[in-house]
Design a binder for this molecule. Structure first.
Ligand SMILES: C[S@@+](CC[C@H](N)C(=O)[O-])C[C@H]1O[C@@H](n2cnc3c(N)ncnc32)[C@H](O)[C@@H]1O
Ligand code: SF4
Length: 338
């Protein structure tokens, strides 16, 4: 029997039968916060200007993904995507693609109050805003910047501009903010935001992650149940990373992305493009495929699509965090695009 080969046409399939429809695009590795679970106080050696894809190059590659490879969802992230000046133009060019993908942004919310109307007008559908604490002093410790009020204003501005449902991402850290799960949910319910907790993953630049101290999905759910009745959401989960629960019989929901303790790799439908034009088939991949070099070397769209398919065909069955041979990828989350 011959080994299956990369398909020459069609969607982004892998040898385990998964198909990637959801593209995460990192627009920059830079950030205006310094969350302790993400990067060191001094920041990181940022990508140099010429290494970054230009706005036009990003739109061209997203166009290949949407037009030839079956991608239906495009999420802009980083680093902090709102600090990329070309963001509204990129969104509007991607919204003009056929078939039009759904477009969202994952952001820390700083500047969102000001930018939300323009992003909405450009065609942005939705935002995920990261907020780990309701306490401004804690926020300053956790992110090393005193910007809590900007994030709250960003959330409100997004809702007002119609970038809904506004989702909140929260990471809990033991001894830092792990007492805030019920309060964060109360806050989200009061404002009509959808809250999702993310288990902390070994993707920090400092390699400080420790399985034995991370706050698990079970602990988060137990803390929430001290105040709320949670019932498994009857809605089909599909490829969504968050497992969701109805809160006090709904319709409000809360989600937990338990990448470590309840991995969902078997249903993963994601493909990733870094700010310097590398395709990654997984957050935890240790290999990348250089589309920037191909693009700048004159490759046509068929060739770019062929390379992208080949990169996804090699996707591993799972991230292997629990495997003794697990190696944290060289790029931290902020440089991959979370
Ligand atoms: C890398 S950030 C990029 C977008 C934007 N700067 C933000 O914070 O939303 C995307 C998401 O990844 C989360 N994140 C960062 N490092 C993480 C880690 N080590 N484990 C789990 N989530 C992490 C952040 O909390 C955020 O919700
Ligand atoms: S999690 Fe987001 S906001 Fe925080 S440092 Fe990382 S990239 Fe910046």
């Amino acid at each position: 029997m011959t080994a299956p080969r990369t398909p020459a046409h069609g969607v982004l399939a892998d040898r385990y039968g998964r198909v990637a429809r959801d593209l995460r695009v990192s627009l920059t590795d830079k950030c205006n916060l310094r969350c302790t679970y993400c990067m060191p106080a001094e920041g990181l050696p940022w990508l140099a200007g010429p290494q970054l894809l230009t706005d036009d190059e990003i739109v061209r590659l997203v166009g290949v993904a949407v037009g030839r490879l079956g991608v239906t969802e495009v999420r802009f992230t980083g680093g902090e995507p709102l600090i990329r000046p070309g963001l509204p133009g990129i969104v509007s060019a991607v919204a003009a693609l056929t078939p039009r993908p759904r477009i969202s942004v994952t952001t820390n919310g700083i500047g969102l109050a000001r930018l939300a109307p323009a992003l909405r007008a450009a065609g942005l559908d939705r935002v995920n805003v990261s907020l780990d604490t309701l306490d401004p002093a804690r926020f300053a410790t956790l992110t090393r910047r005193d910007r809590h009020a900007d994030v709250l204003a960003g959330l409100a501005g997004a809702a007002e501009a119609g970038l809904t449902p506004v989702k909140i991402n929260a990471v809990l850290m033991r001894g830092v903010n792990d007492d805030e799960a019920p309060a964060l949910l109360r806050f989200a319910l009061a404002h009509g935001y959808e809250l999702r907790f993310i288990e902390q993953m070994p993707l920090d630049a400092q390699h400080g992650w420790d399985r034995s101290t991370m706050v698990t999905a079970d602990e988060i759910l137990a803390a929430l149940r001290s105040e709320f009745a949670l019932r498994p959401d009857p809605a089909e989960r599909g490829a969504a990373p968050a497992e969701t629960w109805l809160v006090d019989d709904g319709p409000a929901r809360v989600g937990v992305i338990a990448s470590v303790t309840r991995p969902f790799c078997g249903d993963c439908d994601r493909t990733r493009l870094t700010a310097d034009g590398q395709v990654r088939n997984c957050l935890f991949a240790t290999e990348e495929s250089d589309l920037r070099a191909a693009l700048r070397g004159g490759a046509d769209d068929d060739e770019l699509a062929r390379r992208w398919r080949a990169a996804m065909w090699g996707k591993r069955a799972g991230h292997g965090i629990d495997d003794p041979t697990f190696l944290q990828p060289a790029r931290p989350m902020s440089a991959i695009g979370g």
